[in-house]
Design a protein around this ligand. Sequence first.
Ligand code: UD1
Length: 361
Amino acid sequence: MTHIHVVGARPNFMKAAPVIKALVELGEVPTLIHTGQHYDALMSDVFFRDLGIPAPDVHLGVGSGSHAQQTAALLTELERVFREHQPEGVVVYGDVNSTLAAALASSKLGIPTAHVEAGLRSFDRSMPEEINRVVTDALADLHLVTSPEALALLSREGISADRMHFVGNTMIDSLIANRHLFDDGVATALGISEPYGVITLHRPGNVDDRRALRTIVSALAEVSRFVPLVFPVHPRGKAGLEAVGLESSERLRLVEPLGYIDFMSLVSGAALVITDSGGIQEETTVLGIPCLTMRPNTERPITITQGTNRLVRPDELGGAVEAILKSPPDLRPPPPLWDGHAGGRAASVIADWLRALRDQR
Ligand code: UD1
């Protein structure tokens, strides 16, 4: 008997790697499915290499499309593979379309489903990820959460306490396990030695809307006058950025997406990060790097209350950057259980759950 882990998009990989590794150490035999939601080598293969994730047992090659097209293709392919493998359980990660589709396909086949990173809520249904989170949690049988407030949020949605486990943040395990490899190689190769900032932007709300993008690009140009910026460009934002006339310059360097070690190296050496990513709010919190999140809300409030994160509008960006450069915030202890051992805790909960499922058969 096997159980299946489903990954598909870049942020899944660092969350799944420590859990799969710890389950193998416990003697379980996981099957890994890559949906192919992300397929460029720089969005996928490099993460498998950097994080030492075993090659997927099945690669579905689903690729891009509208939400309906992509989710429909994911559902069809995942249902086929679940029927073929007859897993005793399915484990899904985070909040991407692959997560939602896997939870839906498995639940409809009656396969028990576990959700790693359950219970995060931005309460903003204009974000596709929020819909994915709510539906995945409603379907899942086992909820593994990264921070205590998720327990209360899940309970408000009717999830019983025996189905939730506060295990900590498995993505931070990947960070801590690889921290000794982070260096100034990427910054040096780019010829940057003075304090610099790192940008990542890919949310539809920021990069798909030309008017929003123009405002953001002019705020970034203003910031680049007093701190040089490096911007690894996600494929989603590339065309829009070019269309509003953003070009790489000495002070605002546009580069290809980076692998895990290169990206975290760049972030570790930065004076600040400007982002709309979810995971980077958490990674900067642990690294003690000030993070300015260009979003009206976050599903990760602990990165504000106990971390280095602050939500900003484009018109607030310049002032926020100046304040950070003048007096960088003090390093605070990381949120509870973001300690490098969450994968082990998640794996032992999942292994107990699988044993209980076997006993019931
Ligand atoms: C997805 C997730 C988002 C996550 C992000 C991390 C959903 C709904 N969104 O957003 O939560 O923060 O991944 O990166 O699941 N593309 C490529 N090459 C690739 C992958 C994508 O060129 O390898 C381009 C395609 O034009 C594609 C677009 O990026 O249409 C968007 O890709 P998609 O997977 O739909 O969403 P992301 O924006 O990457």
